[in-house]
Write a protein that binds this ligand. Sequence first.
Ligand SMILES: [Zn+2]
Length: 405
Amino acid sequence: MFSLTPDAAEPRLHVARRTLERLRTVPGLAARYTGHAEPHRLDDLAALPPLAKDDLNTALAHLEPKAENGATWLFQSGGSTGAPKIGYAPTGFYMAGVHAHWQPLDPDDVFVNAWGAGRMWGAHFLAAALADLSGCQIIAVGSVAADEYPDWLSFFAARRVTAIGGTPSVLRLWFARARAAGITLPDLRKVLWLGEAWQPQLAEDMAAVAPRARRHGMFGSTETWVVGTNGPECPADTFHTLPEQLVHVGPDDLLDFTTLNPEMLNPVLRYRTGDAGRLVACPCGRPGPAMQVLGRRDSVVQVRGLGLHVEQVVARAEREPGVTQAQVLVTEQGGRASSVEVLLLTAPDAEVDTERLRKEILSATFTLSTAFQHDPQCFRVRTVDALISNGRTGKTSDLVVREDS
Ligand SMILES: [Zn+2]
């Protein structure tokens, strides 16, 4: 299934044919395209082999694309460990195409850009480009230190800030700190987000700090850039895809993305981000198929030879009253899991019975009860002051794997 009809997509497939031509010049990838016809129809496209993250990095290392106009920006792309892998984008970050279909900001807005800037991260600059097209005021804050929140929040209140944007993890910090400090943002109406799944617990803090605020989400990656957007009337996991992004649902509900934007520098041709999803009718009533994201298919981690579905463990922990966010930490020694821990971020004053939760998760999770049959004490549940975030990407993922040397 494709997000666009043949009538809408096929006149734009010349972009996919050009991408294929570029990929055929990459020594490590050329062979896999042997015998494949140029895509003139959607069926031809669905027959092409998909690209994984590493394939795209291989291609980019060879192609080194360059923007037609202005600068070519290098951003972190893919990989959660080691040296940054690199994606490319021209100034503007393709946001004109996004803005043509989605205008969460208007000229009267005072917008706090709270996505971290620097370290080759893309989201801050992408959001700045959207604000530029919207003609609003921008307050470019980026990331701040723990003790700086109250002063910045007071400044936001005084400036009558109407919009803020960041990853859900970062937004959680802003709203939780505001709530803790008793600061309200009565003028805040728009919360833009991108980079992680929406966190339902955010709604509670938003209601206390900024009762008029509503969420406006983007879905994308540094490889594909923005694929789709949503608004307050859409479920947080459902996005309306852009006409220059062709989304395909493959086996096992795996999504792959093909750019139909002739300016795209990354050779995005049936590129798999690891996200699963399906095409649905959005309850907001906007016609046409919308993309519902069902989570990541690569969130299964091997623990002592068995697959652990990290999302299920995190979801169970987050259903526990008082738990605001959970994370699975796998510690490995010589490639073998020596322990699995569920780290819990809890609400202030919450009392969570971690031992009861531990026993419940252990007995309910076949992988854990089997893998830790002889050393159940190596599966732990504990509360922490902060979850582990990736210093390189700035994201807080459900799963962290550490090598204990
Ligand atoms: Zn919708």
